[in-house]
Each structure stands twice: as C-alpha cells, then as structure tokens.
Design a binder for this molecule. Sequence first.
Ligand SMILES: NC(=O)C1=CN([C@@H]2O[C@H](COP(=O)(O)OP(=O)(O)OC[C@H]3O[C@@H](n4cnc5c(N)ncnc54)[C@H](O)[C@@H]3O)[C@@H](O)[C@H]2O)C=CC1
Ligand SMILES: CC(=O)C(=O)O
Ligand SMILES: [Mg+2]
Length: 469
Amino acid sequence: MSISTTIIIRLEIRKSITSFGDVASKIATAGGDIVAIDVIRAGKDVTTRDITVNVLDAGNEDVVSELSEMAGIKVINVSDRTFLAHLGGKIEVTPKMPIKNREDLSQVYTPGVARVCTAIAEDPSKAYSLTMKRNTVAVVTDGTAVLGLGDIGPEAAMPVMEGKAMLFKQLAGIDAFPLCLNTKDPDEIVSIIKAVSPGFGGINLEDISSPRCFEIERRLAAELDIPVFHDDQHGTAIVALAGLLNALKVVGKSIATVRIVVIGIGAAGVSICNLLLAAGASHIAAVDREGILRRGVEYSHAEWLRLAEVTNEEGLVGGLTEAIKGADVFIGVSGGGVLTIDHVKSMAPDRIVFAMANPNPEIEPELAEPYVRVLATGRSDYPNQINNVLCFPGIFRGALDCRARTVNLEMKLAAAQAIASVVQEDELNEQYIIPSIFNEKVVEQVRIAVIKAAIATDMARRIPKDLIS
Ligand SMILES: NC(=O)C1=CN([C@@H]2O[C@H](COP(=O)(O)OP(=O)(O)OC[C@H]3O[C@@H](n4cnc5c(N)ncnc54)[C@H](O)[C@@H]3O)[C@@H](O)[C@H]2O)C=CC1
Ligand SMILES: CC(=O)C(=O)O
Ligand SMILES: [Mg+2]
C-alpha cells in the first residue's frame, strides 16, 4: 500500500499554448487529486500558480514528469508539504517569562537561582515544585523498531519522537523531550535513562525492539521511582482493548468467548495478549514468524515461552492460516500485507479486524472492508484509528498529576475502559468504535480513571485537588 502525500507544484502556464483545464486533466490522468490552487502571478500571457495535489508516493514523479512534458508549461518548483512541516524540526523550548532587565536576570539565573538550587539540594522532592520535572517526560528510543520501519537508527527516529512530543504537549500540556540514543545495549540504555531521570517526571520508552524492550522496561520500572511506560507495549494494548470492548458490543459477542488471533508477538503483541487475558479473554492464538505459539516448544524468547503457556489452549499447530480459521477477531501488530482476503474470508461471521501496523496495515482497508463487520487501522486517514496516541497523553497526565510511582495493570485497565466509554452506547457503530484523538474528553477521562486506579492501588503520592472528595 502506498502512503498518500501532498505536494505543491509551482507552474508557469503560457495561456496562448495551453489552459489551466488542460493542466487539471493531466494531473487527474496521472493519478493526482487537486486540493488547492493559488495564483502567484497573473500576467497577460503567463500565469504562475501553486497547485496543491494529493498523490500516492509512487505516483508523485508521474504527475510532475507528465506536467513537465506539456507544451506551454514550465515546472518551477515542487515541494512536499510533509517535508516542509519537518524543516528545522517540529518542536522547540520556549521560556515561560522574558528576561527584560538585570533584576529578572538575577532571579532566573545567578545569583538568585542559587538559593533555589540550595533549597532543592536540602530537599530533593522540591524539584517537583521548583523545576519543570513534574510536567516533563523523556521520550526515549534507540531507533530499533521505529513504527513498522524497523531498525533505522536514532537520527531517523527523531521525527517520530518529535511528533510524540508535539502530541504530549497539544493533547495533555506535557513537556516531552525526544532522547534518541546511539546504543542498542540494554545495560547502557538502562544506565543512560537512570542517569538522566532526575530531570523528568516520567519516562516514555518508544520504538525499542523486542525482546530487549521487556528487560529495559522491567529494570527501569524496578529501579526508578517515576513511571516508566513503554508506549508500544502498553499504550497500544490499552487502545486495542478499548477498541475491542466497543467492537464486541457492536457485534454482540463477549470477550470471554471470542477467538482472537494476534499476529506480531513483539513489543505491542506481547502486551496486547497480556492485557486481553487480564480483561477476560480466554481464547487467544499468538502468531509470529515461527508460527502459532504453543506449549512444549523451546522458544529463545522468554515472553514467548510464558505466553505459550497461557494462550492456544487448543494446541493449534501452524501459522496465520491455521490460527485464523473460524476466529472472531484479528489483531495485527506485525507488518504491512500479512493478512490476505482468503484469511479474512475464513474467519467466523461478524469479523472484527484491527490491522494496526504502521504505516502500512496488515491488509489494505479497501480490500478487507467488504468482508468484515468492524475494521480498524492505526492510521489517521481511515475511520476507527486504533493508535497509542489515544492513550499516552492521558495516562501520563494522570500519572504525573498524582505523582504515580509506576503504571500498574489496574491503571492500564482503567485507561482502556475510559477510552472505550468516551463513545456513548447510542453512538456506537461499525464505523465508530473508538473516539478521535481530537475528542477532548479522551485525555481528561483517561487522566481521571488512571488517578483513581493509582489511588485505589496505593500508587499515588498525591491526590490532585479536583479529585479530593
Ligand atoms: N497502531 C498503533 O498504535 C501501533 C502500531 N504498532 C505497529 O505494530 C508493528 C509492530 O511494532 P512493535 O511491536 O513495536 O515491533 P517489534 O519489532 O517489537 O515486533 C514486531 C513483531 O512482529 C513480527 N512480525 C513481523 N512480520 C511478521 C510476519 N510477516 N509474520 C509474523 N510475525 C511478524 C516480528 O517477528 C516481531 O516479533 C509496527 O508496524 C508498528 O508500527 C506498534 C505500536 C503501536
Ligand atoms: C504508533 C506507534 O507508536 C508505532 O507505530 O510505533
Ligand atoms: Mg511506537
């Protein structure tokens, strides 16, 4: 599947030779979709226009080269809106007050700042009130499992981490810093994160490949007293559970009895299986490259050995083809194109398909749609976007506000219920099982649910004013 993108083509059109109508039909024939036209200069014979065109990546060159070959047309420039949005990066640090004079300077900087430093040295917990710590999260990656792009390195991971930081800020008011590490060694990653942790209220691990991600998260959670949350594991699992709870209501089935196939038993897949089991699922087939996980096989991967004990109670042998036959639910967190139409057709009636791999889902939505009752992807350009962005802003807002020690199972289950409950029963339908990330209720409801669960399980170190009863 190609990813559509928007390009802006600046053209000179010599009116005595060709017309804008000819240009428009050439763009359409080459597979482009005109979304905006701006006149830059209108001369007697030559007009200059910026034409904004949606194209499939693969078709990008076709549109431009076809235009270049037209008589009376000169292509001046082509720019890609997505790349333009990334020029110089997407985030910056902004001071909360201006430094206008010497008095301001001596307050925010030396000598005044020294008294504040001394106060924190005497009582380190004051870092929460006198520094940005209480509202700040590190978004840490080693660039090894960036979206479904794989091990593309720490520099190439930056745009995703900057994007996560933007979402933290816009959706939950949290200041998040991307930290892209030039090491894949779990010992080194743990020790770097521990060393930088004093300045942060929480650690969001992102796009660190499995199985290293499990050990890294476990060690950090045990050794740090701030929440450590691997977004690809738990954020994804929480949103998948929320979507599934609502999808099951739409088709009138129960989580305890449905047969669920999860493919891609990496960071996201392991956590999805764990959370679905905790939420009452009892028939899960977990499938990876070595086939359906089953008891008695000596997997090198500790999480697979553990999952093999608690899934696939039927002892199914084989791969996706065998697992999906008669299944009610497919959840994909593997890679693009793994699921075929024949797989989908072999499922039970009222099929639920969550094809969540990014940027390309396990099956093209247009192909699957005629055969499924509920379809969701991880992308923003189709209905039912099951993406961890519905979770991480709210879960960290809640965890930071109650100064949670960790994010435990109860808090995760509460977050999933909260996301699901944003869609009211009378609004639920096949096309609307999960709220939009722009639905303002999401972050607030997740925050409240997470804080309540943290208080109930003794994980909260303070109760925010609005929740003191
Ligand atoms: N929609 C969402 O919110 C999220 C989606 N994802 C997507 O899920 C995918 C996996 O992400 P992670 O778990 O972080 O990566 P990961 O690298 O930890 O795990 C991927 C797993 O999928 C397996 N896999 C890949 N291709 C397969 C195939 N053809 N058949 C069977 N197994 C296969 C790999 O062996 C590996 O175990 C990526 O495409 C990612 O973009 C991940 C997190 C959130
Ligand atoms: C959404 C996300 O975190 C991922 O695809 O890795
Ligand atoms: Mg991710």
